[in-house]
Write a protein that binds this ligand. Structure first.
Ligand code: TYD
Length: 149
């Protein structure tokens, strides 16, 4: 088990990836499933969702020490920008059958929400404010070793 300093020193945006979920399409609509069957990067402990989001909203603006996430645009679209302290990657999510895997130790921002969009987040840990790094300066300090190489 890595400690906080090690997690931030080793996190990389290269570990983010889009996980394609199955889409069960029928004439009456479609259905996709995420379950703890060993195919996901972690077992899911918590589900939350963002909705009623103004188009100019900026969500996120923090990093997690341990918590991992899967982020899904179950409706509409938005952009997730991830930063490991040295590199950043942006993902536009616009399909309910594509999940973005976000490991711990990355700064995240979510913006460019389309009207009526819903951002579903599945997480590896229960909610704990202690797991958050909300100050960007602290995030920069935790990832400083990546920029001195
Ligand atoms: P936050 O994680 O900062 O949201 P976002 O990254 O989407 O902008 O959470 C917003 C507020 O909601 C904050 O006061 C903490 C609270 N919150 C909970 O109480 N439980 C939760 O599971 C989450 C994710 C947030």
């Amino acid at each position: 088990m890595m400690n906080k300093a090690e997690i931030f020193a080793n996190s990389t945006v290269n570990d983010c990836r889009i996980i394609q979920l199955e889409k069960n399409a029928h004439e009456n609509g479609a259905l996709s499933v995420v379950e703890n069957d060993g195919t996901m990067p972690f077992d899911i402990k918590r589900v939350y969702y963002l909705y009623d989001i103004p188009g100019d909203a900026e969500r996120g603006g923090h990093a997690h020490c341990e918590n991992q996430s899967l982020i899904i645009a179950v409706s509409g679209c938005f952009t997730v920008v991830l930063n490991d302290g040295a590199e950043s990657r942006a993902f536009q999510l616009n399909r309910p059958y594509k999940a973005l895997y976000v490991p711990a130790g990355l700064w995240r921002e979510i913006n460019d929400f389309s009207s009526g969009s819903v951002c579903l987040v599945l997480t590896s840990e229960c909610y704990s404010e202690d797991d958050y790094v909300r100050e960007y300066d602290e995030f920069l300090a935790l990832t400083a070793s990546k920029r001195s190489k």
